[in-house]
Design a protein around this ligand. Structure first.
Ligand SMILES: Nc1nc2c(ncn2[C@@H]2O[C@H](COP(=O)(O)OP(=O)(O)O)[C@@H](O)[C@H]2O)c(=O)[nH]1
Ligand SMILES: [Mg+2]
Length: 588
């Protein structure tokens, strides 16, 4: 164990974590240079296309007689549960700060997460190769607001490799050797997992005590499930087999289990017949936004359910329950950590499981107090009790912090004030300012982040967590398409906004729902009263003729190809409604 070091790289999004991981893979000759594509540990197509890390990614590196287990982490707030779980498996963390940006919101929140877990945090300033790098200023921020010793701050370029070897050696010196004991019976923490068609469930583990050998019988303490360690090994970053995993190591165990509910992230694995105390595990993640997921093809519901179970193994922050929508049929109501998470789940289900899905309007979760004292939590407008039964509706509020350079303070305050915010504190450090505030969650889950970036020319960053529930005067805004109420387009919404939103939504829907064979009426209604109406005229004959003239199948195919992923349609009653319509609420 003396020769093992376990560490994560944490930072705000885009500060260079995955690129630094590349340099470490190169410096330790884990991956030959010619094979090393940028952000090598970002394995999902989705990560590569979007240029962001979504999943934690472990890799073992050999260097100077040491085994170094690195876990690369995402920086976006929607994937903070990945960071959280990574940090529980390591003893140290490199806190990377982009020298052109300085400390940002997730720099702070990740720093706090790491110190809470009592990790050794090693500060490093990145991107020192850039001409606009503000090394002095960033150093001052790290010293002034996070309390680091100036001499302990590493300066690197993850792009050129400058300073990386020094950081690597510093890390070996400063990160303590793993906690745990070789002599005690085997005990390991499951921090991630995935489903493999052949291997069954594969658990990512951090071994705390003892050792496990191939073919030994193991037991999941929380679920009581028993199985065999069919094979096990380390990450290179691909799965590489070996015969034994011992205390201090990070690796994987293939269980052969096919029943996905039997393995849970945060569970403890022991050897069968050996009594050990379970590890603490993790706090469950708290979903922020909820939406319905419905297969375009109704026959795919079973596939959707099976796929979600498997995806959940690899995305512990995903929650869902079966839902039956009058308009969209059988599907699930799922909880996400934010809109980006929601998009990623939809895309992964489509890419990895071949589903085609419609996602309904995302909403937050409301607490309903009924006249008879009953309390319920509702995210789905269609499960709202009758108005006469409701005494009070409460909405979730968050505690947020915004970090920006001082010059944008005025514009940012204007933005947050337009979102019903309560400012609790404004602090200055160096040329930066931190605004602490409380905001209704519903005000930030849609376009807040984009607006914040716009008003601050990209310089402000934002982080938040759920705080409490507060009363709100809310109503159900219903949308009727061709006179039929469409639950998946309905919203629970503050009364003061309902009228304006209803009008805007009807107009937006008119733009995005294509013309049908017949005229389609669109109506917004509150409490049974129509507050806005629009009409989509039927399409004229010649338009159809033009569209479908000639080689129809070829054209259809072409159209389908062009629109793939973008123009998913769902038949609701007699009307074809595209995916975009269900997300219109985000745009009005
Ligand atoms: N010039 C320069 N660019 C860097 C450096 N490190 C990372 N980048 C770039 O910054 C962007 C974000 O890097 P990435 O590793 O994906 O950041 P992550 O979100 O923290 O994982 C990419 O375009 C990288 O090429 C650096 O040291 N110098
Ligand atoms: Mg990354």
């Amino acid at each position: 164990m003396k020769n093992i070091r376990n560490f994560s790289i944490i930072a705000h999004i885009d500060h260079g974590k995955s690129t630094l991981a590349d340099r470490l893979l190169e410096e330790t000759a884990t991956i030959p240079k010619e094979k090393l594509s940028p952000q090598y540990l970002d394995k999902l197509d989705l990560e590569r296309e979007r240029g962001i890390t979504i999943k934690l990614a472990p890799v073992m590196m050999k260097y100077g007689g040491y085994s170094l287990n690195l876990i690369d982490t995402p920086g976006h707030v929607d994937f903070s549960y990945e960071v959280n779980r990574s940090l529980a498996t390591v003893e140290g963390a490199i806190l990377l700060v982009d020298a052109t940006k300085g400390i940002e919101a997730q720099t702070l929140s990740n720093f706090l997460l790491a110190t809470e877990q009592k990790l050794k945090v090693i500060p490093a300033i990145n991107k020192i190769d850039l001409s606009n790098a503000q090394i002095k200023e960033t150093t001052n921020q790290l010293v002034g607001s996070l309390g680091f010793d100036e001499n302990g701050i590493f300066k690197v370029s993850a792009k050129t490799g400058q300073g990386v070897r020094k950081l690597l050696n510093g890390l070996i010196k400063e990160v303590p050797e793993p906690i745990g004991s070789q002599e005690k019976p085997f005990k390991a923490l499951v921090f991630d997992s995935f489903y493999d068609q052949f291997k069954g469930i594969v658990a990512y583990v951090r071994v705390f005590d003892g050792e496990v050998r191939k073919a030994e019988r193991i037991r999941f303490l929380r679920t009581g499930q028993e199985s065999e360690a069919d094979s096990l090994g380390y990450f290179s970053p691909e799965l590489k087999e070996k015969d034994v995993l011992t205390a201090g190591e990070i690796g994987w165990i293939a269980t052969g289990l096919k029943e996905v509910s039997k393995v849970r992230v945060g569970d403890t694995i022991s050897l069968m017949g050996k009594k050990v105390e379970p590890l603490l595990g993790y706090k469950e993640s708290k979903p922020m936004v909820f939406a319905g997921l419905f297969p375009v093809d109704r026959d795919d519901f079973k596939l959707l359910k099976g796929s979600l179970e498997k995806l959940k193994l690899n995305d512990a922050s995903l929650t869902y329950e079966v839902d039956n929508s009058p308009a969209l049929g059988f599907g699930v109501r799922a909880g996400f950590l934010g809109l980006l998470h929601m998009e990623v789940v939809q895309e992964r289900l489509e890419r990895e499981f071949g589903l085609e899905l419609i996602i309904s309007s995302p909403t937050v979760r409301y607490k309903i107090i009924k006249i008879n004292g009953e309390e319920l939590v509702v995210s789905n407008p269609s499960s709202l009790p009758k108005q006469t039964e409701v005494k009070e509706i409460l909405e979730p509020w968050v505690k947020g912090s915004i970090i920006s350079t001082k010059e944008f303070l005025g514009a940012i305050l204007e933005l947050v004030n337009s979102r019903r915010a309560e400012i609790s504190n404004i602090e200055y450090f160096g040329d930066k300012v931190k605004i602490s505030c409380r905001l209704p969650l519903s005000e930030i889950v849609t376009d807040f982040y984009d607006k914040l970036k716009t008003v601050s020319s990209g310089f402000a960053s934002f982080d938040y967590e759920l705080a409490d529930f507060r009363p709100i005067d809310a109503v159900k805004l219903e949308i009727l398409v061709a006179k039929e109420p469409v639950d998946a387009l309905s919203q629970i919404i503050p009364k003061e906004k309902a009228f304006r939103t209803g009008k805007a939504l009807a107009q937006k829907l008119k733009e995005v729902i294509p013309r049908q064979q017949f005229e389609v009426s669109l109506q917004a209604s509150i409490g049974g009263k129509i507050i806005a109406a629009e009409r989509i005229p039927a399409f004229r004959k010649d338009v159809t003729a033009k569209l479908y003239g000639g080689d129809r199948t070829r054209k259809d195919k072409l159209l389908k190809k062009q629109k793939k992923g973008k123009q998913r349609m769902k038949m609701v009653g007699r009307v074809q409604i595209p995916q975009e319509a269900f997300l219109s609420i985000l745009k009005v």
